[in-house]
Design a protein. Sequence first.
Length: 369
Amino acid sequence: MRLVAVAALLAACTITPAQAAAGPRPGVSVEPGQAAAGTSARVRGSAWTPGTTVQIQVCGANAVHGSADCDTEHGVTAMVAPTGAFEAGLTVGAPPAACPCVIRVSTLPGGAGEPVTVVTPFTVQGHRVEPVIKDVVPVRADVVGLEVVGGGERGELFGGRPRRTLVLQIRNSGPEPIENAPLVAGWGAGDTPDTPLDAPRTGILQPGQTATYRIPVELPPASFGRFVVGGRYAGSVPFETAFSTYPWGLLGVNLLAALLLLFGIRLALGRWAARRRRRRTAASSARGATSAAGAGPAHHRVAPRSSDAVEVADLIAYLDSVASSPSGAYVVDRDELIGYLEGRRGGAMEPVDIEALDRFLALPRGEDR
């Protein structure tokens, strides 16, 4: 009886392998729960197998088709700590499939234990939303044409918004029609087209048929440099190209304004230097004239006169300062007289009439001049 009771107690305390394996399921949380493409989010996990590596991605269509629905380009990995937790920063990208979107966390192959995948709802702001089609199969399609057209408008040359059109040609190279395959496109200023574009619906593409899709591309005002445009068709057919834009008119206006500014500064400096030279010359001439007037008799000094009498006053001041001949005529050097008159006026007087000056000098001293 006592042995039976002990056996029953041991049976009650025994834990089966299934019961031991059962425990907290791996969990995932993301903060914030919604974000626009190009921003970041924080992803945390708990109850994962310690030492394993997990991959974190933003996926569309609830990730029903696996990585084909995910933005693998911005995916990140994280190592699970001994406590079973992990934390990682994730740059939100535009997934190739439409929302509803999720954060998909899965263990990488080769890790300890069975592969585990956990998804948690997440909203990509601005990303299109469509019903989830679960029976989508991998397609066989080829990109047969890809180019960026447009541009060169007058407004763009002077800093307006550059506008282009991405022309994409897809050919169905498989035996089955392709129906409503997701088309995702974006542009970027670097090497990654991470700014989403509004792509059209693809419709039905019959075997051997080629479809052309036109996707508008609009950049911010005054954009310049090289830009990349790319995306995916049906989640598995990538495409990418690049184009450049430069607002040459705006650059030319700025260059012209800089040249005019430099020319104005140079012109102002030249005028300032010329005025300074004239002031120096006038001051030197005034000092010479004052000295010459001081050497003669006091009654021959000439007071300042009006501008129309300056030349006559200068002439009389000079004649009174030179010696005359015994005959009463003034003995002067004409070149010296002309230089004296020009010095009194700072070099700004009109040319001297030499004949009139000779007739004036030949008059007897006592006559009226």
